[in-house]
Ligand binder design. Structure first.
Ligand SMILES: Nc1ncnc2c1ncn2[C@@H]1O[C@H](COP(=O)(O)OP(=O)(O)OP(=O)(O)O)[C@@H](O)[C@H]1O
Length: 249
């Protein structure tokens, strides 16, 4: 079996007496979409925070490509190849998607704004930005201020920013939230192809999207992974149905 690109080992985080995540271990393998599902308050966002570096775990380790990154800052993890997006919009609203995506590409290449970037470097970054915009299908809307884009288009612009980072892993926290049927269909098609560029850890409440996209699903309940399996295995589990899926399964 392929080595995992992202490996979580025994991640725990308590807030006072509440164990938000409790000894969570899971792997993200090359080419896969691994969905993390669970009821409200199960600890999904806390887990994503521990992976991305915004939440400091009480115990446990995060490994990326065979390197332990548990002690690294959010920025250092992003540079190491973790692209987190969604839930909180990170786009600059007053400028275009193209400018946002170019800034993301520039951040990846050299940190902050540089006045005198070399011409070849600039054209490389511009090409990376154009490729990302094309990949999400936003070329025709790329010069409109983000504030004037639809909600679904903003999600695609955020994905283009993440793509411009050429990440090793995508961490997506409820990307379908607030999208209509068209937006969900567009984003589902995009994510479906994206898994081959970098594997995706997907936190999502939209069960149709999860069961359509996921290669494997982990079910988190009260901070613990009660089962990891294929969509069919998750559907067939009585424990999961009782704990979470109810009549939806
Ligand atoms: N900073 C914090 N301080 C105190 N409690 C917190 C904090 N962050 C999260 N919690 C609590 O930890 C538990 C897990 O929350 P978390 O947001 O990780 O769950 P979730 O599975 O992402 O939920 P949802 O599906 O509603 O987004 C909840 O009971 C929440 O109230």
């Amino acid at each position: 079996m392929a080595e995992p690109i992202l490996a979580l080992r025994g991640l725990s985080k308590s807030f006072g007496a509440l164990k938000a995540t409790d000894d969570v271990s899971l792997d993200l393998r090359p080419g896969e979409i691994h969905a993390l599902i669970g009821p409200n308050g199960a600890g999904k966002s806390t887990l994503i925070g521990q992976i991305a570096g915004s939440v400091v775990p009480d115990a446990g380790e995060v490994w990326l490509g065979g390197r332990q990154i548990t002690g690294l800052s959010v920025a250092a993890r992003a540079r190491a190849g973790l692209a987190r997006s969604f839930q909180v919009s990170s786009l600059a609203m007053e400028v275009s998607a193209r400018v946002n995506v170019r800034l993301a590409a520039q951040g990846r290449a050299g940190g902050t704004y540089r006045l005198w970037g070399s011409a070849s470097r600039d054209s490389r970054l511009a090409a990376a930005a154009e490729a990302a915009l094309a990949r999400v299908g936003l070329e025709a809307r790329a010069d409109i201020p983000v504030a004037e884009l639809s909600h679904g288009e903003r999600r695609l612009a955020e994905m283009a920013c993440a793509l411009a980072l050429a990440p090793r892993v995508f961490l997506l926290d409820e990307p379908m939230a607030g999208l209509g049927a068209d937006g969900t269909a567009r984003l589902t098609a995009l994510l479906d192809g994206l898994r081959h560029e970098a594997p995706i850890l997907l936190v999502e409440h939209d069960m149709d999207a999860v069961f359509r996209l996921a290669d494997r699903i982990s079910v988190l309940v009260y901070g613990r992974v009660i089962l990891t399996g294929t969509p069919d295995e998750i559907r067939a589990s009585r424990e999961v149905r009782e704990a979470y899926l109810g009549e939806e399964a």
